[in-house]
Design a protein around this ligand. Sequence first.
Ligand code: HEM
Length: 146
Amino acid sequence: MPLVLTTYLHYLALAGLFAALAAELALFRPRTDGATARRLARVDALYGLSALVALGTGLLRVFAGDKTAAYYGANPLFHVKVTLFVVALLLSVYPTIQFLRRRRAAPGDAVAYPGRVAVLMRVQILVLLVIPLLAVLMSRGYGYGG
Ligand code: HEM
């Protein structure tokens, strides 16, 4: 895949991650109706797809980009970036399970979620906000020492 396309899709995926999380937070109420529960599950699928594209294009940039994998591997900022991404994905597991369980609710049903779902989504946003900072530092040569 041409690097321009990979780079574009990497940015698009990041937009998707933030857009999906923001939409989930705006839609989320611990007590809601089935129509909202179905919508939350659909938005969460967009989050999952964006995460896959971010990971796939990120790996393409590492292994088929303009620098070598060893170049990225030598930078601690890169390791922190990837670790934070994994942390964000782990934090998303519990909310995703809750959204999936309620995805077939009838529109008029009363639906309830554990309150910690909102907390986990907020923490995810905070974690994801740090990642672009690490990315821009890394791509401008910070973290290589000297
Ligand atoms: C495992 C997942 C990921 C991998 C392996 C990865 C890898 C990379 C690589 C290799 C670059 C190119 C750096 C360079 O210019 O040499 C890059 C750029 C970038 N990444 Fe990721 N990335 C991942 C996930 C993410 C996520 C989740 C975000 C944001 C939330 C993100 C934000 C960025 C940004 C903003 C750039 C552009 C930096 C710049 O050119 O100034 N990445 N990424």
